[in-house]
Design a protein. Structure first.
Length: 139
């Protein structure tokens, strides 16, 4: 793992939360997108080297909808940038971590992602992220 790529925060209302975080951080989101496969709308803020991802569920039964129903709004995950997601997944499996994905999948911000089950990481959902170089080839 190279560094903390972003901190994901589950929110009920993305527009209201964008206003709140814009005031808090003194900057507007630099990117907004929908990830249909995860039933989520996201916005990203950058302050220095730190990135914050706000996540709003687009379906009550989506991962963020279930999270908010159970725990309320708040920190959802911590994401780490990795150089080779498949190698890192294999290393973590060998170390005994339980992964939520057998293979990496497309996530927000043009990244391949995989999640580590919170029960394997002291209750914290960990996301592995690998930036993709070429949007056309996704490699």
């Amino acid at each position: 793992m190279q560094y903390v790529e972003h901190i994901g925060i589950a929110v009920r209302n993305l527009e209201e939360s964008n206003t709140l975080f814009s005031s808090l951080l003194g900057t507007m989101p630099y990117k907004m997108e929908t990830v249909e496969s995860e039933h989520v709308r996201t916005s990203f803020f950058r302050k220095g080297e730190t990135k914050i991802e706000l996540l709003e569920s687009t379906a009550d039964d989506g991962p963020i909808g279930k999270f908010i129903e159970k725990r309320g709004e708040g920190i959802h995950h911590i994401a780490f940038e990795v150089q080779d997601i498949r190698k890192e997944m294999e290393r973590l499996r060998e170390e005994g971590f339980r992964l939520l994905n057998d293979e990496p999948k497309m996530g927000a911000d043009h990244k391949l992602v995989c999640f580590i089950h919170p029960k394997s990481a002291n209750g914290v959902l960990i996301e592995l992220c690998q930036s993709l170089k070429d949007p056309e080839t996704k490699a």
